[in-house]
Design a protein. Sequence first.
Length: 453
Amino acid sequence: MRADPESEVTIRKKLTPGIIESHASGNLPDPYTPGLFIKVLASGKKAWKYRRRVVGSDTVVERSFGHFPANSIAVARDWAGALNEQVEAGIDPREAEEQEADRASMTVARAHELYLAAVREGRASRASKVNKPRTIDDKLAIYRCDIAPRLAKKVIYDVTEEDLTKLVLAKGKHARVRANRLSGELKVFFGWAASLRGLEVGLVSNPATRLTDLRFPEKPRKRFLSVQEIGWFLMAVALEKRLYQRGLLLSLLSAARLSEVINARSDEYRNGVWTINGDRVKNDNAHRIALGPWGRSLFVVNTQWVFPSDRIDGPRAPCGWYKARNRVLERMSEFAGRTIEPWTPHDLRRTARSNTKRLNVDFETAEAMLNHSKKGLERIYDGYELEEEKRAWFLKWEEEILRVAREVGVADKLGVPAVPAPRPPLNALQVQLNYKIVTTAPVFPSMPAPLSV
């Protein structure tokens, strides 16, 4: 059995550099620091060692601390002194170091990964409700755009209320609504990490508890683009990279929400119709959008995601789209010769809806085009989906935007499909035949015989 240096019968010499240098073999204990000793290696080098039993247990702690004289006597004593404080308190320093390593590795990024796993499994809230993919995408977008750039690498236990307050206030200077969303998500995320549901993180207290005091006032938005502004919008979008160009145009043509557009997958398109499943929309009702020729050319790609990220296997993050919006807004002001009132991607959806009356579209079709839920008894008794009416509207709306694009001279830059060649003039016989067909009484299919009772 190996002897403890503390119990070895040796002459306790005062430890000095000279004594250490002259020591040729065996162990040389430090008389002033329990557990610390010099060990002469086979190579002749002198190594700092520590060996001591944890008080109240049979556990023996053995550690190494490099060589002498690289680590001086004073430095080695400080190192061993810290170990002695734990050993004498009945703490195994190795376990404490493992805990410290775990603590140092629990960054905001790692904690957020655990949080999202809990969100997907319905373990992130008291309601134990599994969130819809759209909600998860929104949470991930807030993290990637507003939280990760500042806090991802920071140890979550070191995040303070001041850190979060600065984050929300900075966002509120130019985007109040998004600042409120950020504040709410921070409170939920850190609240989970500080709850029994988030024991994997084990945060002692929630630094986001008081963030609701920073809530910014919100006003219902009424912003939509006028026909003239649509022209400036198209001119500005024509200068964007093709991916952002396609996404912004599709948002306008389809009147879909930004999250529905940027998270679109190629397998959602079939036979000219883009179907957004219920788990990706706000009201859980699948939304079918019959795209016109231009819309189809913007949507159809040979990748899984219609708007893929160039960094990860997934769709491009929303923050990139808001930056594109900012560039487009700045160019619109340049084209207009004045400052254009700011607009959001959702205002493109409102723009389409605000033009329905001008284009003689009835109320029911306009609401169906936005996939708004029917209300009252209509929701119960009216099951007609207005798919053909929606198809006609989306085509009419696309033709209106095409007209504006051609007027401002950017149709080619926006990738507008070529206009089909005009039909050749009809000859006299064709005119006569067509006339007869038109003037002939319509023929209806015969009605089935009534069922006998």
